[in-house]
Design a protein around this ligand. Sequence first.
Ligand code: BDP
Length: 698
Amino acid sequence: MAQKDYKLWLQYNQKTDVELVSKYLSDVQGIVSLGNSETSKIASNELKLGLQNMLGGKFEIKSKSDSDKTVIISSQALLSPEIKKEIGSFDQLNEEGFIIKSISLKGKNQIIITGKKDIGVLYGVYSFLRLVQTNKSIKNLNIVDAPKTNIRILNHWDNLDRTVERGYAGFSLWNWQKLPDFIDQRYIDYARANASIGINGTVLTNVNANALILTPQYLEKVEALANVFRPYGIKVYLTARFSAPIEIGGLKTADPKDADVANWWKNKAKEIYKRIPDFGGFLVKANSEGQPGPQNYGRDHVDGANMLADAVAPFGGVIMWRAFVYSEHDANDRAKQAYAEFVPYDGKFKDNVIVQVKNGAIDFQPREPFHPMFGAMPKTPLMMEFQITQEYLGFSTHLVFLPKLFQEVLESDTYQKGKGTTVAKVIDGTITKTKLTGIAGVSNIGNDLNWTGHPFAQANWYGFGRLAWNPNLDSEVIADEWLRCTFSNDENFIKPVKEMLLDSREAVVNYMTPFGLHHIMDTGHHYGPGPWVSNLSRPEWNPVYYHKADKNGIGFDRSKTGTNATAQYAPEVEKIFDNLETCPEKDLLWFHHVSWDYKLKNGQTLWNGLALKYEEGVNQVKNMQNVWNKSEQFVDAERFKEVQMLLEIQYKEAKWWRDACLLYFQQYSGKELPAGVEKPTQSLDYFQSLKFPFAPGN
Ligand code: BDP
């Protein structure tokens, strides 16, 4: 039964609706594959597997198109002139795009799946199968699709000892001990799952990097993984520890301006590319949270990134340089620091550098306004960094549909070049016209049987991939697709469960951090509430730094009267956030310190409104439980039970969040809980006494 979980969204369930099956069979009965590459074999086998499982019968793979009702899969080059003529222009496609077209040739009806390259054909096959998976028509097809970003990549925060930083789904998939000789079937299944949603890169190692990965002993293992992933269109990348020239190279310095250092990296790149000709490049966390970097030598981010860029440029490699920086020596509002440090470098990075920016200015909170850097570096390729693993959103025990969060960020208007300059348009290059574009997602994958710990966390991996392909996709469409492919096409299941998914993000915001509150999780592991924590060495590691509750009110004043972080946004956005009256209530306490008696738009005081939001969050989880309990008949027993148990934990923890936060904040507001909010059953002392020394992922 664990099989079901393992298969992710590629269940290919046998269709039981006879009419529907015969409809499909009236369009497709055979497969013709013209190519011979490994990728085209993967494509034809996948098509065969999917069609056989879903429609029954045999779908032989032939190499010639002489019969009616076949799906012909082929790269552009191998198509016959007649078919090419039917397809028309390939101009709108990039190297990874595809065309799916129904044609009629010499009285025979065929469906052509094609692209400039085999990888496009493979993506086309998955897209075609998705139509059948989701019960869509395959008549008169005319689909042209291509990814809107170049780098669609998972960031694994996996350590060489197989622990995963912020990982809640077991240990790392990469079994370094047994590599390179033992190829776990999971590597292949991982690549297949990623290819099915268009992910084309993977950073194998933690951003808090270990230089050993760059030694021959490990590169041999990396090479073995790259060989597995290659036919699925997935490039391998590694994290580069900036001090590697010292640690494994025997040099005295890692100064990017030192000729020996630059040479060391050039040789290292040469060595890697000899093994892995399509190696993607390096992801670098430098001078952030104790990681070494160019500033250790009085140099800056540009010096560091460009030195590495020179090393990989001859081989077509890229450097993804992270902007997640804040310093213990900087007394400035943490939310302002990355912008302050990076914006002056706009236009100074080499062409093969892309700056990787988290979606918000603090750190992957349940809700953050979009990072101001997205509106401020028109001459620099910026890539999005989302977190798929739920470090701050209940680990792998809480059901939270993240595409909703991702979409909210991507749709935000930066006003960089006037109205409509959304974050999506910045990162897909529409606005900035940068050639290098990308989206990264910090992976939630581990060696748990079901990959992601929570069966519904698979939806976040899926949704990330779909949005990386097309940042304008609607999260409702993603939820719909995922549910149909993963569970069932039954409308009585889809409708309520889709609503549950779409509500789940707002639920977690409500029971953890409503009205723009942030970073009030218990420190270190970030499990559960810890708004009271105030004893850590660095001020910005303490939740009290972020909520600033006192007898006058609550919230971080980032307006003109405070840290003026609002000034980092374009004037149109600044104006909205800066003014208490126009600031969206969902971001209120992110930008303003507001009195407990402040009147919200619905007429309630802030204190009452806050308490009611916490209560609402809890009720939303209760509602999720009700919805799930009604879907038993549509789901296999194992997944049904798993999700049921997990929702029960989520419900308990939502109440824990509500009670702990309200009791704590009540000390400052000095007010009673409003009607409709359940009375806490434990004391604040009790909540403060809870300790979790072995919380995972830390
Ligand atoms: C924070 C995590 C930490 C990461 C860091 C990063 O708590 O484990 O190393 O971000 O992104 O969210 O570098």
